[in-house]
Design a protein around this ligand. Structure first.
Ligand SMILES: NC(=O)C1=CN([C@@H]2O[C@H](COP(=O)(O)OP(=O)(O)OC[C@H]3O[C@@H](n4cnc5c(N)ncnc54)[C@H](O)[C@@H]3O)[C@@H](O)[C@H]2O)C=CC1
Ligand SMILES: O=C([O-])CC(=O)C(=O)O
Length: 342
């Protein structure tokens, strides 16, 4: 019996992500929470012929504090794509003011209703919202760092797609052969693509500019979608796929399924809390960093040191640059929660 709750389930990401979760036969209960249209999305998905029982949860009023708790009660996995997306001209950091409050409230409710759940944060700016979630859970005395995940999978999905196109490989075959670490915005995103010898040889055969363009495209892939949608939001469908890919990894670990890749999925996690404090020191002190994580039973069992995947001076420098950006975002998230009443 596995219960999954999606918060923000009626949104651009929430709807297709909920559909993918409904297709997973391991899910027995799928709770769809949103402040709009939750019942409609739930009714629609409930007609799909898979085992998950789908229930929509829409708050009855602004002061309704019970519906969200019902949606979260007993959940094993909580996925949070609630919040506002970017419009052209905005950075992810510009979303902080609105999304910080949304994430704070949802995580505070999860802390009470399902303190054992794995929590996946999709809402941007991920570099800061995950720090908010951690600070809230700490304040409420239920922080398990091994179960809090910032979802950075879309960066890996993009890197696989763009590199596959460049070197003439099936993008799907690159999963586990390249890795993306750091954070989830601009130059905090660090693709590492030289540790597999066959891939590295193909990358080295490319003109230097093609490699630079690839890195830039992975780091700013979100902007491409924001621009193309021209005011109608940011990546939703590719993000739903990526969010599902990481959710499925958590669900598989809950079912004790083997990890079929040598280098597992990355996630933006609390380094000290997952037993990687020496990595944090080596990086220059960031509390959070996206690293490949090995999951067991819905939580981080161990992580890989990204420096073991670094092969070039350029990759090392990209990590240094990422750390600078992350330190600022993390302290913004953490100080937002300090002094707040929960
Ligand atoms: N981590 C990542 O790689 C990515 C993150 N994102 C982020 O995901 C978030 C959602 O994006 P979209 O789905 O495109 O936005 P959207 O506006 O289409 O959907 C957001 C949904 O959240 C709901 N919502 C707002 N406040 C809520 C609350 N307090 N409780 C529950 N639901 C609430 C809204 O009603 C809406 O249905 C944005 O912050 C976006 O920047 C987007 C793409 C990639
Ligand atoms: O760019 C955005 O605002 C949405 C996002 O995080 C992405 O597509 O990577």
């Amino acid at each position: 019996m596995t219960k999954v709750t999606v918060c923000g389930a009626a949104g651009g990401i929430g709807q297709p992500l909920s559909m993918l979760l409904k297709l997973n036969a391991q899910v027995s209960q799928l709770a769809l929470y949103d402040i709009v249209n939750a019942a409609g999305v739930a009714a629609d998905l409930s007609h799909i012929n898979t085992p998950a029982q789908v229930v929509g949860y829409l708050p009855k009023s602004k002061d309704d504090k019970d519906t969200i708790k019902e949606a979260l009660k007993g959940s094993d996995l909580v996925v949070i794509p609630a919040g506002v997306p970017r419009k052209p001209g905005m950075t992810r950091a510009d979303l902080f003011n609105i999304n910080a409050l949304i994430v704070r409230d949802l995580v505070a409710n999860a802390a009470q209703a399902c303190p054992q759940a794995a929590i996946l944060i999709i809402s941007n700016p991920v570099n800061a919202t995950v720090a908010i979630a951690a600070a809230v859970l700490k304040k409420l005395g239920v922080f398990n760092p091994r179960k809090l995940f910032g979802v950075t999978t879309l960066d890996s999905v993009r890197a696989e797609t763009f590199l596959g196109g460049l070197i003439g490989e099936d993008p799907a075959s690159l999963k586990g052969k390249i890795s993306v670490v750091g954070g989830h915005s601009g130059d905090t995103i660090v693709p590492l693509i030289h540790f597999d010898k066959t891939i590295a040889a193909k990358v080295k055969a490319l003109p230097e500019q093609a490699y630079k363009d690839f890195v830039h495209r992975v780091q700013f892939g979100g902007d491409e979608v924001v621009k193309a949608k021209n005011g109608a939001g940011s990546a939703t469908l590719s993000m739903a796929y990526a969010g599902y890919r990481f959710s499925e990894y958590v669900l598989n670990s809950l079912a004790n399924k083997e990890i079929p890749f040598s280098i597992p999925e990355s996630s933006y996690v609390h380094l000290l809390g997952i037993g990687a404090s020496s990595l944090s020191q080596k990086l220059g002190g960031p509390e959070f960093f996206s690293v490949p994580v090995i999951l067991r039973n819905g939580q981080v069992q161990s992580s890989l040191d990204p420096f073991s995947l670094v092969q070039t001076e350029q990759e090392k420098q990209m990590i240094e640059t990422a750390v600078k950006g992350l330190l600022t975002s993390i302290s913004q998230g953490t100080s937002f929660v300090e002094g707040l009443k929960l």
